[in-house]
Design a protein around this ligand. Structure first.
Ligand code: HEC
Ligand code: HEC
Length: 362
């Protein structure tokens, strides 16, 4: 970085009213403040970003789990159907509200009888891209994941797979929908097929954002502050873990890599039984992160600025200045995508039949 650039950065920091000098070297690519010809550093920043991140695909298709219109339509109904819960008051959408960026905004979620698990509800948007599902990666994909909450006693609390099938078969409108979604199957109304349909629906929950337009070549899709934040995000080392198409979601890492975090949750060690996996968690995607507070697996951190600061300290051993935190926050704002409004409209659900179980509060 040229001396002139450095001076410009420090001048900008001083102007921003930053009393103490930054503890870390300033970002190497302050695209916004650059007094040099605009295109060069801008193009360089874009090229660096293109090497680390990838734009979102139009849908998160899977060869193993083909997504057809009939499957998606069935999956959408099941996603919103509270009859898949014991008290018939809870659906996937209760904890992953699609109109609220796929979260409920609570540190931990209230499920059956108001019981709470120990973890924060992550968003379902773009989740199908992750290497695995859940904070600890215990489900391989969204299809496998969808079976978890329905039978989880503190979530939807149905007794077992047979109990789910009983509910589905008691609702006359579901049989033709399953037949259309799984053509050629003699007995398509199964728990596995219900989960596969929900997965098919989730595979189209993508939220393309300004950052995707930036990666596709439109340098002006990001504001000057967002571009400065992108540089800071990369220079600080956040991209060691938060990279790729999800800006996260692609690997497991230790929570508290450099400095331990105060948590009882040992993460992936509970799945693998291996001591080496203690406090390992899936690196979360940062897409829509400005919309999905509170933060971390236990939802204990209320603000994004605090989450950014803690990440730098505990994962990288670095102390960020207020300016750097603000820039990174601005950059993360460019990951806020568009909610597919028409796609997520709550569908009309088939009516209950005579044998459909009644709500059970017990
Ligand atoms: C009572 C609240 C609640 C309900 C109802 C619920 N979930 Fe979740 N969901 C959670 C929580 C909490 C987690 C994280 C748990 C963990 O990682 O151990 C989670 C995790 C997920 C994930 C993983 C995302 C990721 O990034 O790893 C997906 C996908 C998901 N849920 C989809 C669904 C679907 C589909 C349904 C309906 C069949 C559903 N959830 C019902 C609370 C809920
Ligand atoms: C060594 C890997 C690593 C590095 C480096 C890293 N992170 Fe993280 N990040 C993680 C992991 C793992 C989690 C999940 C922590 C947990 O269990 O809650 C996480 C969580 C987060 C969250 C909360 C996500 C959510 O949905 O609640 C934010 C925000 C975040 N990181 C931002 C950053 C920023 C900004 C940087 C750079 C200053 C950074 N991270 C550096 C691994 C990393």
């Amino acid at each position: 970085m040229s001396h002139r650039l450095l001076t410009a950065v420090f001048a900008a920091l001083a102007l921003a009213g930053c009393a103490k000098p930054p503890a870390n070297p300033p970002p190497a690519q302050p695209a916004s403040q650059a007094a040099t010809p605009a295109s060069t550093p801008g193009e360089e920043l874009q090229a660096r970003a293109a090497a680390l991140f990838k734009p979102l695909p139009a849908e998160m298709a899977s060869e193993q789990h083909p997504s057809t219109e009939a499957r998606v339509a069935l999956g959408r109904m099941l996603y919103f159907d509270t009859r898949l819960s014991k008290n018939q008051a809870i659906s996937c959408n209760t904890c992953h509200d699609l109109a609220r960026y796929g979260v409920d905004g609570a540190p931990t979620s209230a499920g059956h009888k108001g019981q709470r698990g120990a973890r924060n509800s992550p968003t379902v948007y773009n989740a199908a891209l992750h290497i695995a599902q859940f904070w600890d990666g215990r489900a391989a994909d969204v299809e496998a994941q969808a079976k978890g909450p329905v039978l989880n006693p503190v979530e939807m609390a149905l007794p077992d797979a047979a109990g789910v099938v009983k509910v589905l078969k008691s609702i006359p409108g579901y049989s033709p929908a399953f037949q259309a979604a799984f053509p050629g199957e003699a007995d398509p109304v199964t728990f596995d097929n219900a989960a596969a349909a929900i997965g098919a629906f989730e595979r189209r929950l993508v939220t393309p954002s300004p950052f995707d337009r930036y990666l596709a070549g439109d340098a002006n899709a990001l504001t000057a502050e967002q571009r400065a934040g992108l540089a800071t995000f990369m220079d600080t080392g956040c991209t060691t873990c938060h990279n790729g198409v999800g800006i996260g979601g692609g690997m497991y890492q230790k929570f508290g890599l450099v400095k331990p975090f105060d948590t009882q949750d040992t993460g992936r060690a509970e799945v693998t039984g291996s001591d080496a996996d203690r406090f390992m968690f899936k690196v979360p995607s940062l897409r829509n992160i400005t919309e999905t507070a509170p933060y971390f697996h236990d939802g204990k951190v209320a603000t994004l600025d605090e989450a950014i600061r803690l990440m730098a300290e505990h994962q990288l051993g670095r102390t960020l200045t207020d300016t750097q935190v603000g820039e990174i926050h601005a950059f993360l704002g460019s990951l806020k995508g568009e909610i597919p409004a028409a796609y997520i409209v709550r569908p009309a659900l088939p009516e209950s039949g005579r044998d459909t179980p009644k709500a059970d509060q017990g």
